[in-house]
Design a protein around this ligand. Structure first.
Ligand SMILES: [Zn+2]
Length: 292
């Protein structure tokens, strides 16, 4: 990838991240102190503090958390992004230990292994100077914290699925922000990670079974403009046995969107011709050979 995914973390002191490839094990640099964020909203009453013990350094800290009654689901999008109202739970998804700089999406926070803790201490803690994020988090804070989580996942060489989900969530934050270019960068990184996870990891992955993951990879391909590959993945969902009807329906709907997009682009090749090509590839034991 040519874009530096961590460029926004420079003001935290993580300056030499442009060499960092999230899907390869590598070293990183780290942190300075940045001034606290302040925001006066009564959102405070919709949140509570959860007491968390850091698995890396043992510090006990308060993690800002969203009460279940504090948000409403407004919309679910085709790549599983949820648009919330009142409070946005994504903003509070990353837990960060301010003592050592260890950060992770909360579902993964305690899942760090012993040998990975040393990587955090060496690559993050040694440079981390702390940052006060205040009591209320906003979109920019969420992006920064998701990137700190991704940086931690990268230095501990976490499974591709975790980095992929982290990238997907950053893409969603840029979608909320209306920054299509950065959204695309992170969608592409999410896709790369889910592709790797599909080959190397066992489902469920973040609650997704194999068919759901197949659909998601199709949808991410569609969103980044890889229409032919998207169709391959959607077809697999549509033709597989034992797939939830709703998921099949979603795959059909997204397939139709590609058809429309291709018509708009004035492409000569039809969906039928693409499918014939896919059939050929399948016979040759190409792409489809990974499906069993
Ligand atoms: Zn810690």
């Amino acid at each position: 990838m040519d874009n530096n995914l961590f460029s926004d973390l420079e003001n935290l002191g993580f300056k030499d991240t442009n060499q960092l490839n999230i899907y390869q094990n590598s070293e990183s640099k780290a942190a300075d102190t940045v001034k606290p964020e302040e925001k006066a909203v009564d959102e405070d009453s919709l949140l509570y503090d959860r007491t968390v013990t850091c698995p890396v350094c043992g510090s006990v800290f308060k993690a800002r958390s969203v009460k279940n009654s504090s948000y409403r689901i407004e919309e679910k999008q085709s790549d599983y992004f949820i648009r919330y109202s009142i409070v946005n739970p994504y903003f509070y998804d990353v837990w960060l230990c301010n003592d050592c700089g260890y950060a992770a999406m909360k579902s993964e926070f305690d899942k760090i292994k012993e040998f990975q803790k040393d990587s955090v201490k060496t690559n993050i803690s040694s440079k981390w100077h702390g940052k006060d994020y205040g009591q209320i988090y906003d979109l920019d804070i969420a992006i920064e914290r998701y990137k700190l989580s991704l940086l931690n996942f990268t230095v501990i060489n976490a499974p591709a699925s975790k980095k992929a989900m982290n990238c997907l969530k950053i893409a969603w934050m840029y979608r909320i922000k209306g920054d299509a270019e950065k959204e695309m960068t992170f969608l592409k990184n999410a896709l790369e990670g889910f592709n790797t996870a599909f080959s190397n990891e066992r489902c469920p992955i973040f609650g997704m079974d194999l068919h759901t993951l197949t659909y998601l990879i199709g949808e991410l391909n569609r969103r980044v403009g890889n229409y032919e590959e998207a169709l391959l993945w959607f077809s697999k969902v549509i033709t597989a046995i034992g797939v939830d009807q709703k998921l099949k329906e979603k795959a059909r709907t997204q397939k139709d969107l590609i058809k429309e997009a291709r018509l708009l682009e004035g492409k000569d090749i039809t969906i039928e011709e693409i499918e014939a090509k896919q059939e050929e590839t399948k016979k040759k034991g190409g792409f489809f050979s990974k499906f069993k």
